[in-house]
Design a protein around this ligand. Structure first.
Ligand code: MN
Length: 386
């Protein structure tokens, strides 16, 4: 008797997480089917993936590319849609069991909300969605009985630590951070670092946006906010510790003082696989960790005088309301401007700080407030640098 396969919609299938998710699906084709694949602009890769995985539907974000994708995939009996709205409507398809949100940044918010509204379980790789509107997302997931499984390695680690703990309270979440490529440097040394240097992450091979976020420690700040909403813990119970080897992916301390850690070589395929196979653990041929290869695992405090973004994230989370949304939008613009070599490395923090000071505070934002806050913050962020 064949078990029913899990049909997965991958939003952002051509990015780093998306391509690795397809590797996982390919190696467990008895369990998973790629039901929907989507990309913004990577037409060639999207077409190649669609021909190999034969999804029911593909969505190309850039509407100008629709004809090209349609002409190739129509003979394969694959439906093709284009545009941002298509993304938000395909997630409602009856044939989808789970939606993997691997979009980058704010763009993930609306389709994720639509998927939750449609009652789909979420494998969440798009942390910005939780940063922008964690309150709204978690409330709606609760109302719809939808589970959100973390794909982010730290949050997967935390999730793996609390599985089997029933309702035992969490005393503390300890998020580990690699420290990024500039760990140990001071502000003077960071004034003139190049985009190329910032894109060289010591342990993880990821997309450009998250790699820059790792270099500034903003990635860890976003993850603090993500952890708050995923695990419903107060900000005072979340700590960040720098662990340059990236072997311990995060830890949970319980009320008896016991600490659980989840360990392994840095490989995103593991948290992706766990998110889509939970509660089962299924086999993998990922390289195994060998303790004697890492005789010393080390830990240090994050240097928030140099990497100010981490403190901004804690501040945004404490203020709440629309301020995490401001933080996120300002950061997306700052990273974009840095990648375009229009601002320096340290100026990214200045942009975020100014936006957080300038944007009006909204205590209990509705969806429209988030949309408005995001839009306004982007305008202000760009004005600062003119
Ligand atoms: Mn992470």
């Amino acid at each position: 008797m064949e078990n029913k396969k899990k049909h997965i919609a991958i939003l952002g299938s051509t990015g780093s997480i998306g391509t690795q998710a397809l590797e996982v699906i390919k190696s467990h084709s008895d369990k998973f089917v790629a039901e929907v694949l989507t990309a913004n602009n990577s037409v060639d890769l999207l077409i190649q993936q669609a021909i190999e995985f034969q999804p029911n539907v593909v969505v190309i974000g850039n509407e100008d590319e629709y004809d090209r994708v349609f002409d190739v995939l129509n003979p394969h009996d694959i439906k093709v849609y284009a545009g941002e709205n298509a993304l938000s409507s395909v997630v409602e398809m009856d044939s989808i069991d789970m939606v993997l949100t691997a979009l980058v940044g704010y763009s993930g918010l609306k389709p994720t909300l639509k998927a939750i509204e449609a009652g789909k379980n979420i494998a969440l790789a798009n942390k910005e969605t939780m940063v922008v509107a964690g309150d709204l997302i978690s409330r709606m997931a609760y109302e719809k009985g939808v589970n959100i499984y973390p794909v982010d390695s730290e949050h997967s680690a935390i999730f793996q630590c609390i599985v089997g703990e029933f309702n035992n309270p969490i005393e503390k979440i300890i998020l580990t951070a690699s420290g990024g490529p500039f760990r140990g440097r001071n502000r003077t040394e960071l004034e003139n670092v190049t985009v190329k240097e910032a894109l060289k992450h010591p342990n993880w091979d990821m997309g450009a946006k998250i790699t820059i976020d790792s270099a500034t420690l903003m990635n860890k700040g976003l993850e603090v906010i993500e952890a708050k909403w995923l695990f419903n813990v107060d900000v005072s119970k979340i700590e960040v510790i720098v662990h340059p080897q990236s072997i311990i992916h995060s830890m949970v301390q319980f009320e008896d003082g016991s600490i659980k850690a989840q360990m392994g070589l840095p490989d995103m395929k593991l948290p992706i696989q766990y998110a889509i196979s939970y509660p089962q653990r299924i086999s993998s041929n990922f390289p195994r960790f060998n303790f004697t290869d890492y005789p010393s695992l080390t830990f240090e405090q994050p240097d928030t005088n140099t990497f100010r973004n981490l403190d901004f994230a804690f501040e945004a989370l404490k203020k709440g309301g629309n301020i995490p949304c401001v933080l996120n939008a300002a950061n997306e613009i700052a990273v974009q401007l840095f990648l375009e070599e229009k601002v320096g490395f340290l100026e990214m923090s200045d942009i975020i700080e100014s936006c957080m000071a300038k944007m009006p505070y909204i205590c209990n934002p509705l969806f429209e407030d988030y949309v408005h806050t995001d839009k306004e913050t982007r305008i202000i962020a760009k004005e600062i640098t003119v």
